[in-house]
Write a protein that binds this ligand. Structure first.
Ligand SMILES: C[S@@+](CC[C@H](N)C(=O)[O-])C[C@H]1O[C@@H](n2cnc3c(N)ncnc32)[C@H](O)[C@@H]1O
Length: 239
């Protein structure tokens, strides 16, 4: 599988968009909306800001951002897949753009906050992508990335492999009789296993002009990475 080939990724999400929220509920292990909201707040999202949700999917992160930015703020969504955008449209009344993270159809320095959730695995050239985020962000604007990382504890990793990699995909196909649901789950597990390591993400953010960087982990699986465009001091931390 080529997880960062645009045509492949677009086809996969176009085929499986109606099942995404169900799969996401299982794979997020119950973290859900409170986790998305917590990450946005901890990264400093504020009332009145303009947010770009890159790879918005069905709109789960944008939905958590809307009450934080309030009536004076704005949330814009962008995604490669028209079917995912259609799902987002059912959930949210916000501007939605079909496009790629690597070439954002937005003017320089026009947004305060960029968030991209669970799409780093799809980006072939991370540095070029983060440079593009930097171009669109206002000076001092925030980049927040949510991603999974490979569990550090072997016992947890092998339990997850059995549960998410084998058990859940088989069971869900058996219950729903939907082969596409199984392929989306298998894909989710494969991309979780092949995720970009945290030091690579942090190094690339730093090289692209973000700092100071804060990386926080939750449940030995989920990580958030936040940094400001053109930070002055480099007090990076990862815990
Ligand atoms: C795993 S889903 C995450 C969706 C959403 N951010 C969330 O947290 O639920 C990945 C999304 O990234 C989108 N995507 C993948 N590669 C992309 C790219 N290069 N540019 C824009 N969107 C992309 C897919 O279409 C899909 O909607």
């Amino acid at each position: 599988m080529t997880h960062n080939d645009h045509a492949f990724v677009r086809g996969l999400f176009n085929d499986t968009a109606p099942y995404y929220d169900t799969v996401n509920r299982i794979f997020s292990l119950g973290s859900g909306n409170w986790y998305r909201r917590r990450c946005l707040l901890r990264a400093g999202l504020k009332s009145g800001q303009t947010v770009l949700d890159v790879a918005i999917g069905t709109g789960l992160i944008a939905q958590a951002a809307l009450p934080i930015v309030g009536a004076h703020g704005k949330v814009i969504g962008l995604d490669l897949s028209e079917a995912m955008l259609k799902e987002a449209r059912r959930r949210l009344d916000i501007p939605l753009i079909q496009g790629t993270a690597e070439t954002l159809p937005l003017a320089d320095e026009t947004v305060d906050f960029i968030v991209m959730g669970y799409a780093i695995r799809h980006i072939a050239d991370l540095e070029a992508c983060f440079n593009e985020f930097r171009r669109v962000l206002r000076r001092g604007g925030t980049l927040l990335l949510l991603e999974v990382s490979s569990p550090t504890r072997p016992i947890f990793k092998s339990t997850l492999a059995q549960y998410l990699g084998r058990g859940v995909p088989r069971l869900s196909q058996w219950v729903t009789r939907q082969p596409k649901l199984r392929s989306l789950m298998t894909y989710h597990w494969e991309t979780m296993e092949a995720c970009v390591p945290p030091p690579v993400i942090l190094d690339t953010m730093a090289r692209s002009g973000f700092g100071p960087l804060v990386c926080e982990g939750w449940f030995d699986l989920f990580r958030s990475y936040a940094g400001q465009r053109q930070g002055s001091e480099n007090g990076d931390s990862c815990h």
